[in-house]
Design a protein. Sequence first.
Length: 124
Amino acid sequence: MRRIRALLLLPVLAALLSFPMEAIATGRAASKPTSTAPARSDSQIEALIRAKLAKSKIGKDGFKFHVQHGVVTWEGTTNVIQHKGSATRMARTAGATQVINNIQISDSAKAKAAANLKKATVVQ
């Protein structure tokens, strides 16, 4: 009987031994390690975004952006709703710590999206 109990406790003991000692001492789990990638400078982020814009369809929209302390701010107008999200993702992948997206979506793009939603509605 003792042997069975000991065998049942082995997974529990293994889990306790692999648990960080800091967590046991403080009563809370250790935080996840932060990214080891070095933070990019504003000029590096700007250069990466300019390079990405040159290769991308959203480059034709003529968006303006500026980078200050790792924060990218976008300005402009688009006729394609998805381009607003693409600009945000582009800034994030370039190393922005925060993105302020002030890109406006044109009324024609909003109307087109609304019309597509009406077509997609399920009629019962």
